[in-house]
Each structure stands twice: as structure tokens, then as C-alpha cells.
Write a protein that binds this ligand. Structure first.
Ligand code: HEC
Length: 125
């Protein structure tokens, strides 16, 4: 194999690896999480204490961020399901990630299939 081919392959594998982000890569922005904190106070706090969201570990191990988004956007707030916008639900998910200690990053989280690849993994590392 020539040096050129080898560096192409290295580049390619780096790109493929980079396409699957991790929860520790900072997949949401700080501003999103801050917005989510306000939305939580308005729409969720009368039923759930903040500590409720910190138990992702027991209930969501192995599930993806996209699953979690759909769970919340499809059934919450329980007294008025599906009444928030996509961007509002994303902010709430960002805030819940922050509550669980996952870092924020430079870019806002968007609703796309990548979120389906980002799984909650607890205790496995
Ligand atoms: C009127 C009360 C009420 C409000 C308001 C409410 N919830 Fe809930 N929520 C519940 C109840 C009851 C359950 C348990 C039943 C269930 O899982 O559907 C629940 C369950 C959940 C779960 C657990 C789902 C699972 O299977 O792990 C999440 C996450 C959640 N709520 C998030 C939210 C968020 C985010 C908001 C605000 C946008 C919200 N809830 C507002 C009553 C409420």
C-alpha cells in the first residue's frame, strides 16, 4: 500500500469515528440547558422535582437521546402532552443532560438521527 493510500484510510476511519458523537462530547449548548431550566420550572416542576431527572441511570440505560426526546415530547407535560415546540423539548432534554452531569459544547443540539446513535451508557466504562 502506498503512503497516499494509507493516509487516505486513516483519514476515512477518523471521519467515520467522528460521526458517532458521545454524550461526553458536549452535544448541547449551555444556552439550551439554561432555556430548559426555565421551561422545566413552567411546565414540569409542579409534578417532577429536579431530582427526578437525575435517575436516568436506572430507567434509561442503553436507550438513545432520540428515544428520550420522543418519550418526553410524546407524553409530557402529562396534563398537556405535545403542547411544546420541538425547540422547547430539545432545551428540556439539554437541561436534563446537564442535570445528569454531561458537558455542554459549542453547538446547539438539533433533532436528527445522530441523536439516535447517542446512547445512555452507565456503569459500562
Ligand atoms: C401533570 C403532571 C405532570 C407534568 C406537568 C409533567 N409530568 Fe412527566 N410524568 C408524570 C407522570 C404521572 C409520569 C409517570 C407515568 C409515565 O411514565 O407516563 C411521568 C413520567 C415522566 C418521565 C419518565 C418517562 C420514563 O419512562 O422514563 C419523564 C422523563 C418525564 N415525565 C418528563 C417530564 C417533563 C420533561 C415535563 C415537562 C415538560 C413533565 N414530565 C411534566 C406527570 C407529569
Amino acid at each position: 500500500m502506498s503512503g497516499k493510500e494509507l493516509s487516505f484510510l486513516l483519514l476515512l476511519s477518523g471521519t467515520l469515528r467522528g460521526e458517532i458523537p458521545d454524550l461526553n462530547d458536549g452535544i448541547y449548548s449551555k444556552a439550551q440547558a439554561e432555556g430548559g431550566a426555565e421551561l422545566y420550572a413552567t411546565y414540569c416542576a409542579h409534578c417532577h422535582l429536579p431530582g427526578f431527572y437525575a435517575n436516568l441511570e436506572t430507567t434509561w440505560d442503553g436507550m438513545s437521546v432520540l428515544d428520550f426526546y420522543y418519550k418526553i415530547s410524546g407524553s409530557m407535560p402529562a396534563d398537556r402532552p405535545r403542547t411544546l415546540t420541538q425547540s422547547q423539548y430539545l432545551k428540556i432534554v439539554a437541561w436534563i443532560l446537564a442535570v445528569n452531569g454531561f458537558p455542554s459544547g459549542n453547538n446547539s443540539m438539533l433533532l436528527n438521527n445522530k441523536l439516535g446513535l447517542i446512547k445512555f451508557k452507565f456503569g459500562s466504562i
